[in-house]
Design a protein around this ligand. Sequence first.
Ligand SMILES: [Zn+2]
Length: 380
Amino acid sequence: MKNKFVKVSAALTAFLMICAGTSCGKVDQKKDDKKVVVSGTEDSEKNNASDHSDADSTTDNSDKTTDPSENQTGTVPGTTDKKGHTASGSDKPVSGQPSGTVPNGSSGTGNSRNGSQITDISLTFYEVTLPIGGSKMPIVTMLPADAPDKGEIWTSSDESVAIVDAYGNITGVGEGNCTVTVASSANPEVKANVNVKVETAPDVPVADGVTYIDGILIANKTYALPASYNPGGLTGECSAAFQQLVNGAAADNINIYLSSGFRSYDYQAQIYNNYVAMDGQANADTYSARPGHSEHQTGLAIDCNIIDDSFTGTPEAIWLENHCHEYGFIIRYPKSKESITGYKYEPWHIRYLGVEKAKAVHDSGLCLEEYLNITSQYNY
Ligand SMILES: [Zn+2]
């Protein structure tokens, strides 16, 4: 995670980033008004004023975005205008880490002062139903407002059902119910709970205008999905396979987690249009998918862990490269295939094909477009 969260009395702003090929998910993270650490990213600064200009250009130009539909969170009443995530799970969150503890006073401000203790925590919702791969984040208000330490500690009672990151972004992982709790780091007895229900998304819907080639659903720059194609989340088969992958990785002491899963057509349209308005279409096309062209709309694509170039070469990225096909996934945008896939190397973006097909593609050494002998180019 590149951002650190400081409690100070500032509102947090969520910002998201989209992974390079747009194909990828976006991630939202929150950031404090006060600048804290942040590894080399400047853009997040601009978020202060307007909640959604997200940006994060740390990597390539892939991650900038503006995202109106994203939620944000704030600890100070009135400072944040809420933007709730739609529970529809149409987009993804990022979870820098499955459960988190917000570092206290990382800014050093107000840290060890004696002041009012947190006596109450309220949330914008206390119940949520998510599809697997869907996310939603409540806005937190800690009282009294002048308490010096508004640090939050988020935990999930069952991470096989839902995970929560250090900022309270809750993501459905597997079918079931669990409780996500936020506690005051300064006064841990003060807590608030969110009852989370996670449902399996329906299987891939049959819709007119969907392209299958050799039984493989295709969404790339040549082949678009219709707006009506909406599995509502990761498909059941994909999420079950991903859980197997996570378990297999854990057995090798590798921590793989879902950062971004399903994104709806409408959500992608919103993101893409914002980029175009901000940056012009030619630029936007280099890092953001046009609506209908994002593989995240299939419910079969997942961005793992850190969605930017800093993920490249990590043990987790290497593990995915070597093992994801064993669980039915491929690295969808491999190195050196940019001119064919239409997207830069994205070691975090995996696509579910089923074990047999994934192994065949992996063993061929080809990217999916080459394997199926298809193109990935906008025709309009
Ligand atoms: Zn992706």
